[in-house]
Design a protein around this ligand. Structure first.
Ligand SMILES: Nc1ncnc2c1ncn2[C@@H]1O[C@H](COP(=O)(O)OP(=O)(O)OP(=O)(O)O)[C@@H](O)[C@H]1O
Length: 808
């Protein structure tokens, strides 16, 4: 890990910036680095001033992203007098007949030639070079010493027009493909059309419904995100129960199925959010069969009320595995002897979150109770002899095969575009063919670590600039602490903080914010308060419309998570959700036009689930991933593998930080100053730094976010650690994107979870590695793999990263 290349806080020499400066502060190594760089720069600058320009081809590209090379653009602007040659940052230049005037020796004495923002800042109280603990503060320039890109793909804006691509997860358009043609009753099909506005099935629904309404074989349903898998397994179950009910009525000796007739189907999902969503879809379907009753047991509410619900009787139960096991052991009223359908939704996630033991217990319990019932009483007429287990997943991980072994028998593999489901025996085979929806436009932004925060803000500013162009966006961030930090920034009045920072208190309590645009914003001036999960974002809000920011992660109370998601779902105005992976799986949030992966996902599968929150059911969608120059750029191979080979009209667009900053920060149309965006970005960065410095609570939140982020970075899967190499991570530069002016090594975070964080992160990374290796070599001991998965899970919970799943 490198924090040695961090730019020091060396001041502008009085003798002039083209003279050799004296470097003070920092370690000898830092001083040496700075000195060398300045010498190199000095030579370059004078060379250029003499009209000597190095040919483009001769410019070398860094292969080591940890080396802080001077970016090409920075080199170029270093020639101009509007740049602080020590810092490489932009300064206000004097306008001399529209031409640049080479810097005179004493030009630095002129106010205009000083790095205005930096100079202003250093004079501000609370932003001295020494922090409250007496440590050195580092106010480095945003635009110097940034690593350069290792690839030079043609920049293509994500607004670039693609050839139209046929959506791959849309409802089918042939007149022959109707719900009734698949075996659903006319009344159910009519209900889907009239009440749920579903005219035709999607490809996976076509394949799954026709199979499951007529056959009791176990099944593995695999289809891309947003393709309608929920209805693909719910509709056949409802259809079968409606048939049983109709048969019973016909016999005239029995009552039709009612809530007291017994529990016939259980749907297991990995998170509470997903369980609630499934239950909601089910409720909508059951409006046409009101005698069938569905319910949930998912934790997060009193067990007593769940027990009462079970006692009253349910026909279909949606549950999280942990909570169901609990009820199986302690709730007598829960009779599972009639259960004939068991669905494991998001199968790979269930395994990844360590539910294997719970699922094994559930399956064993269902088998025993079904056998016992068969021995004693007459079965309900029309109820199938055997239980059908359906495993459902968009992606396949090694765990899915294991889950298949536990739960499936003689299963069929149901995929879209397939008339005859393929028989796969007792297990599920690894299959890497899962792709992103074809109509989803993907792009990546190459952003140096120091520029990450300002680039994110600029990106979002531009995204929401035009009213109605983007309704909803989701920004994925690796850990809860970092979500809180970024949410606080987006919902704070940064200008207010700047004003307040002028007060002489310096690093003390946060002063009251000046006139926040939204009164609610006041509530979160203390970032440690988690009670506010949505409020108007002053920095993203436009003259014409407000933009609301939301946050979502597992450290929030369940009730807050639920209400936040509900509010985001119902919001018809522009809004952005800042979230951990808690929002990545299965959630069907309407009108999400854009997904931003600010922190890349820990594994390709997770990436596919994240971007799958947009471009659902045939709709359009965009996704952009932020990558740092260097090894991370190799991740574009993964992005390319999300697409079908030679898919017509599809490209993976590339965006540069410079473009993002220009488009997001220069709002007044054409400006003659082509480096104006640097001024704006610097001002923005400094405003954020001042905001953080203005309160110990904010500073602590920034440090915690930074440290959690670094730990999370260490947990990328082994197969992808070549792209996300913790050793290549420039910790010093990264700290700047968390508004920190401290040396990473000296950073102390009171109350930070798990003191041995880095070690455990490494151990976990190793654990993941073991698990991944086993994916390649199935002969490895499966128990070892599961242990590794559990170790990782434990770590992620301890680090506040995966506890978002708040397992039931
Ligand atoms: N036949 C259909 N016609 C139109 N819209 C549909 C149809 N089936 C499902 N949808 C809609 O598609 C969206 C995605 O459905 P669903 O959540 O079931 O997808 P999924 O395949 O489970 O996705 P993920 O893998 O991300 O969980 C939902 O909004 C749903 O209402």
């Amino acid at each position: 890990m490198a924090d040695d290349g961090m730019l020091l806080n060396f001041s502008i020499p009085d003798a002039g910036i083209l003279n050799k400066p004296k470097f003070k502060g920092g370690t000898w190594k830092d001083r040496l680095t700075a000195k060398k760089a300045a010498g190199h720069w000095h030579t370059k600058a004078s060379g250029r001033l003499n009209g000597v320009e190095k040919p483009a081809a001769a410019r070398t590209v860094s292969t080591n992203p940890n080396r802080t090379e001077i970016g090409e653009r920075t080199k170029r602007i270093s020639k101009s007098p509007d740049v602080d040659r020590n810092h490489g940052g932009p300064v206000k230049r004097p306008r001399i007949s529209g031409d640049f005037k080479p810097a005179a020796k004493d030009d630095t004495a002129n106010e205009n030639f000083r790095p205005q923002s930096t100079t202003n800042v250093s004079k501000k109280p609370g932003e001295s070079q020494t922090n409250s603990k007496g440590g050195k503060q580092i106010i480095s320039s945003l635009f110097s010493y940034n690593p350069t890109s290792t690839t030079h793909a043609q920049t293509q804006d994500d607004d670039a027009i693609d050839e139209p691509v046929e959506p791959s997860n849309a409802p089918l358009t042939s007149e022959l493909d109707t719900f009734t043609s698949l075996g659903l009753s006319a009344s159910l099909a009519a209900h889907l059309l009239k009440k749920m506005d579903l005219k035709a099935p999607t490809a996976i629904q076509k394949a799954a419904i026709s199979q499951l309404v007529k056959d009791d074989s176990d099944a593995f349903i695999q289809a891309e995100t947003g393709s309608g898998k929920t209805l693909a397994y719910l509709l056949p179950i409802v259809q079968r129960l409606m048939e049983i009910s109709a048969n019973m009525k016909k016999r005239k000796v029995d009552e039709a199925v009612q809530r007291s007739s017994g529990l016939f189907a259980i749907i297991l999902a990995p998170t509470r959010e997903l369980s609630k969503q499934i239950a909601l879809v089910l409720e909508n379907i059951l409006r046409c069969a009101h005698w069938l009753v569905a319910g949930t047991v998912i934790g997060g509410e009193k067990k007593k009320s769940e027990k009462a619900r079970l006692r009253k009787g349910l026909n279909i139960l949606v549950a999280t595995p942990g909570r169901l096991v609990d009820h199986l052991g302690h709730t007598e009223a829960l009779d599972v002897s009639n259960v004939r359908w068991l669905v494991l939704d998001e199968g790979d996630r269930l395994m990844e979150l360590g539910f294997e033991d719970d699922i094994q217990k559930i399956v064993g319990n269902l088998n025993n109770r079904m056998r016992a019932k068969r021995d004693v009483g007459a079965p309900i007429p029309g109820l199938p002899e055997k239980r059908t287990t359906v495993l459902c997943s968009a992606t396949m991980k090694m765990d899915v095969e294991r889950l298949g072994q536990i739960s499936l028998k003689d299963a069929v593999h149901i995929k879209p575009d397939q008339n005859d489901p393929e028989f796969i025996g007792t297990s599920v085979k690894e299959d890497q063919t899962f792709l992103a929806p074809a109509q989803l436009k993907q792009s990546y932004a190459v952003v140096a670590p120091k520029l990450r925060l300002v680039s994110l803000i600029s990106f979002l500013k531009r995204t929401f600039a035009r009213k109605g162009s983007v309704m909803k966006a989701i920004v994925f961030i690796s850990c809860a602490d970092s979500v809180d930090f970024h949410f606080d920034i987006l919902t704070s009045d940064l200008e207010g903080s700047t004003e307040n920072a002028k007060q002489p208190e310096g690093l003390t309590e946060a002063p009251a914010q000046s006139k926040p645009k939204d009164p609610k914003a006041v509530a979160q001036s203390d970032p440690t308060k988690l009670t506010v999960t949505h409020t108007v974002s002053p920095i993203l809000t436009q003259k014409t419309h407000d933009v609301t920011a939301y946050r979502l992660h597992g450290s929030l109370a369940q009730s807050l998570r639920t209400s936040t998601l509900a509010h985001f779902t119902k919001n018809k105005e522009a809004s952005v959700l800042i979230a951990t992976d808690v929002a990545s799986r299965g959630l069907d949030l309407p009108n999400v036009d854009l997904v931003v992966e600010f922190d890349p996902a820990f594994a390709r599968e997770d990436h596919l689930h994240r971007i799958g929150r947009t471009a659902r059911a045939g709709r359009d969608g965009r996704a952009c991933i932020f990558l740092m120059p260097g090894c991370e750029e190799g991740y574009t191979d993964i992005l390319k593998s999300d697409r079908k080979e030679n898919e017509a009209g599809v490209h993976i667009g590339r965006q540069e930080a410079e473009e993002i900053l220009k488009k997001g920060l220069i709002t007044s149309g054409v400006t003659k100053d082509k480096y104006a965006y640097m001024d704006k970005a610097t001002d923005l960065q400094l405003a954020v730094e001042r905001w953080a410095l203005a309160s110990p609570a904010r500073l602590e939140s920034a440090r915690r976010a930074y440290q959690s982020h670094v730990r999370a970075y260490a947990t990328h899967v082994a197969a992808e650690r070549g792209y996300f190499d913790i050793k290549q991570l420039h910790l010093g530069h990264l700290a700047k994107s968390f508004a920190l002016r401290e040396r990473p090594s000296g950073m102390k975070v009171p109350g930070l979870r798990t003191g041995a964080g880095r070690d455990s992160a490494k151990a976990t990374a190793k654990g993941r590695g073991a698990a991944e290796t086993e994916q390649v070599d199935p002969s490895e001991d499966a128990a070892k793999m599961r242990k590794a998965v559990r170790a990782r899970e434990k770590f992620m919970r301890a680090a506040g990263m995966a506890d978002e799943f708040n397992l039931g």
